[in-house]
Design a protein around this ligand. Sequence first.
Ligand code: KIV
Length: 273
Amino acid sequence: MKRSIPELQHSAAPLVMVTAYDYPGGRHAEAAGVDLILVGDSLGNVVLGYDSTAPVTLGDMIHHARAVRRGAPGTFMVVDLPFGTYHTGVQDAMRSAVRVIQETGADAIKMEGATPEILQVVQTLTRNGIPVMGHVGLMPQTATAQGGLRVQGKDDGTARATLDGAVALEAAGAFSVVLEAIPARLANLISERLSVPTIGIGAGVGCDGQVLVTHDLLGVYEGEDKKIARRYAEVGRLSREAIETYAAEVRARAFPTKENSFVMKDDVLGKLY
Ligand code: KIV
């Protein structure tokens, strides 16, 4: 059954969140019993083949989130607002969030950052009944400005900014905050300071929950090992091997067999000659 925000916030066990981008991904995540599904804008990297999340549009997110929702009607679903859809003012952000909620059936939206402008957006959305998950630490949408896809919070300046950002997001109304790629001790401190749950990725075991990009945990891309993830399967290798076997059988006329074919009565066939 779908968990409510208070249930998520008072969970005794660490929260489990995975990303999903389509109908089968939603079905698998729901059948596995995760607490939350994130339709992440990592969609751009792992599904659409871009080299960053910046080109992902609101239309892309809505299209994919609708499919996830059809596969996972009973799981709390968070949808990322993509780059540029909440940076041009509170009204634009509100419009983007309303579209996501109305058109996808999302339970909440997520946005990156904790600048004064973003905090104002978080405050307006939450006051208007749209639950917001915050995101600090490494923020892929603006990674270029952060000096690339690199760990944040190792030095005084970024550690302070990450801690203050998380605290400010909670004060602005965020019901939960993602901590991405920060030292475990900083994540522990933030998790102690916040009363809303922190969800970590590359932030150590002390967070109130964990999130992984499903394509990383499934091993969809062969040979790709990320420090912040663990492969629980080798789906990429299995997919390639299955397609290779199919190709070999087609070439050897070993597929399809009688079992895969339809029969026809002799007299019907006879009339065709
Ligand atoms: O887009 C995404 O998948 C994310 C997670 C890595 C938290 O934001």
